[in-house]
Design a protein around this ligand. Structure first.
Ligand SMILES: *[C@@H]1O[C@H](CO)[C@@H](O)[C@H](O)[C@H]1NC(C)=O
Ligand SMILES: *[C@@H]1O[C@H](CO)[C@@H](O)[C@H](O)[C@H]1NC(C)=O
Ligand SMILES: *[C@@H]1O[C@H](CO)[C@@H](O)[C@H](O)[C@H]1NC(C)=O
Ligand SMILES: *[C@@H]1O[C@H](CO)[C@@H](O)[C@H](O)[C@H]1NC(C)=O
Ligand SMILES: *[C@@H]1O[C@H](CO)[C@@H](O)[C@H](O)[C@H]1NC(C)=O
Length: 367
């Protein structure tokens, strides 16, 4: 028994480097690291992983960092009701929502927004892990006997808490149509998990009033969250067609994966303005960002391909790589060009599709 301890320790040390290199390659669709960019290549890439491949300690580290952001005071929020740094992120999204949806900068703006959230978790809350993503196909695929509501992301102990309880939340009646509230989606307060007792101050919609985290799962929305839906998007040959196929209504006649994911969770997440009040917002959008990155990597010229209208109201021009991504108090304004290559500074992250687990049996058989 005693002699196996040093053996296992030396195996672990031996495995550390090759395992990391192997999964780096897995995270990069074509094994390519674009060196042609005018930006410094990264010393290391933060490896964003699917939520269920994190172990319970890693999950707790992430949840605790989010709760930490919910306990730090806001710095300079665009909406005065925001009290915490978490609220401040939600408030900035609400404030800028009309300018960053159904337009060419939709994907780039959300990429940088996520990066700033991740940076805040790390620099303000000591988080040493990386931003997780939610691969909803694992819950939505019809042949998997899974469902949105059975996803492990809702685990009350290791995850984000579950569905809203009917009858525990009453929507205010004094917001106007501009708030884009869908009342059937606001089913009730989340009763369990780490965010059950957090008071949101931004939302619902444009009405900023104290309320619980509201959800209302919608299993029908799973049809927009399948591998077939992703394939419909990634087969598009231009950035503009790809972006529209990802984003969904009102650009498309029915929902797509972006709005489909929002509607599948429902409540706060279903709202155009206040959706980042649900911490799952960031995992859903990380998955959207990952799908964009997959599309970008399939053809070299796509790495810096951008298009689409800059606004939904006049004056409208075509978005270019110089378009400024405004972040207010969340971080510096960057141009779209700066964030196109996630493997370059200042982004420096990648997406890992496989769990960081070692098949010990296979390893021992071959050694
Ligand atoms: C599917 O899941 C349900 C609920 O957990 C279970 O009762 C049922 O037996 C499962 N069906 C199959 C084919 O695994
Ligand atoms: C929320 O707060 C109530 C009252 O303080 C407490 O009983 C309950 O356990 C808390 N729930 C969670 C999930 O923390
Ligand atoms: C639930 O999802 C379906 C399919 O996308 C959609 O038609 C319906 O409007 C959604 N219901 C709610 C309350 O969001
Ligand atoms: C994929 O696109 C085809 C053709 O437009 C459409 O019929 C199908 O419903 C789409 N599938 C999904 C899952 O969005
Ligand atoms: C924007 O680009 C589209 C497609 O390339 C083009 O048809 C349109 O004229 C452009 N609009 C402006 C205002 O430049």
């Amino acid at each position: 028994m005693l002699s196996t301890v040093p053996l296992v320790l030396s195996l672990l040390l031996f495995l550390q480097t090759p395992v990391k290199a192997f999964f780096n390659e897995q995270g990069d669709l074509n094994g390519r690291y674009y060196k042609g960019s005018r930006y410094r290549t990264c010393e290391t890439l933060l490896e964003r992983r699917e939520w269920r491949t994190l172990n319970d300690v890693e999950k707790a580290d992430y949840i605790n960092a989010v709760k930490c952001l919910q306990s730090h005071p806001a710095l300079d929020p665009p909406i005065t009701q925001a009290q915490t740094r978490f609220d401040e992120f939600q408030a900035y999204h609400s404030h800028i929502a009309n300018a960053v949806h159904t337009v060419g900068q939709f994907l780039p703006w959300h990429r940088l927004y996520l990066k700033n959230y991740d940076s805040a978790l790390r620099s303000e809350c000591g988080y040493t892990g990386t931003a997780p993503y939610w691969d909803w196909t694992q819950d939505a695929e019809a042949n998997s006997n899974n469902s949105i509501s059975r996803s492990p992301v809702w685990d009350p102990l290791t995850g984000f808490g579950g569905d809203g309880v009917p009858g525990t939340y009453t929507l205010p009646t004094d917001f106007d149509d501009d708030s884009r509230i869908n009342p059937p989606s606001f089913v009730g307060c989340v009763p369990d998990g780490p965010f059950a007792n957090y008071t949101l101050r931004i939302g619902p919609g444009l009405l900023n009033t104290d309320h619980c985290l509201v959800r209302g799962f919608n299993e029908s929305a799973a049809q927009h969250l399948t591998s077939a839906a992703i394939a419909n998007a990634t087969k598009q040959q231009s950035f503009e067609l790809f972006r529209i196929e990802v984003e969904g209504q009102p650009l498309t006649s029915d929902h797509r994966m972006h709005d489909g994911g929002h509607i599948a969770i429902g409540g706060e997440m279903s709202n155009f303005f206040s959706s980042p009040g649900d911490p799952m917002f960031y995992l859903h959008h990380a998955n959207i960002d990952r799908i964009w990155w997959t599309w970008q990597q399939a053809v070299p010229s796509r790495l810096y391909e951008i298009a689409g209208p800059s606004s939904t109201v006049e004056p409208i021009y075509n978005v270019t790589l110089e378009y400024p991504l405004l972040m207010g108090s969340l971080g510096p304004t960057l141009q779209i060009r700066d964030i196109m290559d996630i493997h370059a500074e200042p982004s420096c992250y990648t997406y890992i599709r496989k769990p960081l687990s070692v098949d010990w049996d296979a390893f021992l058989r071959h050694s």
